[in-house]
Design a protein around this ligand. Structure first.
Ligand SMILES: C[S@@+](CC[C@H](N)C(=O)[O-])C[C@H]1O[C@@H](n2cnc3c(N)ncnc32)[C@H](O)[C@@H]1O
Length: 185
């Protein structure tokens, strides 16, 4: 339970790069709660959320396909002995169009945050969602620089709203720190 130990250490200390909030707790617990077997992450980045997802897979026995337009070499190195993490270097929407793997139980969108791009991710990846599939979208809000106790809604929030209205998904917005949108059928 290597990644579980790492993630619980981060959560205990609050020292995990995104500042202290509950976003990472949710990214860990949501796939555990639905017993996700196939997870797709859009936006590997520095591997922070990937570590939470890998910890979830230690509980569920699932696998993760993590997609980034960059190679993310340091993150590949960290996960090189982890057979249930597969790296894909490609645009997240182009990859969705040709994806032919297992239905996706948990999708995390955290790549390019432009509204149009997030909407395209939601549109194309939702076609691959399993019947119990859950979508989480990071960075739906940001602190107001003039008053840090207030938040400003971001493009990913509006993409979630538009997608939920068009496709009849339920949209739950978790307004913590940088925000997490959760979409369920
Ligand atoms: C906010 S960072 C991801 C952070 C990451 N989830 C973490 O926890 O470290 C966004 C990532 O999306 C990637 N990205 C940007 N545009 C993309 C696209 N069109 N397709 C796939 N990945 C993209 C960037 O290279 C960057 O690594």
């Amino acid at each position: 339970m290597k990644f579980t130990r790492e993630i619980l250490g981060w959560l205990r200390s609050g020292n995990w790069g995104w500042g202290f909030d509950y976003t990472l707790h949710l990214i860990y617990l949501l796939p555990v709660a639905i017993r996700a077997k196939t997870i797709v992450e859009l936006g590997t980045g520095r591997g922070t959320s990937l570590t939470a997802l890998a910890a979830a897979c230690e509980v569920t026995g699932g696998k993760i396909i993590t997609v980034d337009i960059e190679k993310c070499e340091k993150v590949r190195e960290k996960f090189k002995n982890c057979p249930y993490v597969v790296f894909v270097q490609e645009d997240s929407v182009s990859f969705a169009k040709k994806y032919s793997g297992d239905p996706v139980d948990f999708l995390l969108c955290d790549s390019n945050h432009r509204r149009k791009h997030v909407l395209n991710e939601l549109h194309y990846w939702s076609k691959h969602l399993s019947s119990r599939g859950v979508i989480a979208v990071h960075d739906t809000q940001r602190p107001n620089p003039e008053n840090p106790s207030e938040f400003i809604l971001n493009d990913p929030y509006y993409a979630c709203l538009e997608f939920s209205r068009e496709k009849g998904y339920k949209f739950i917005h978790i307004p913590i720190k940088y925000g997490l949108g959760v979409l369920v059928k």
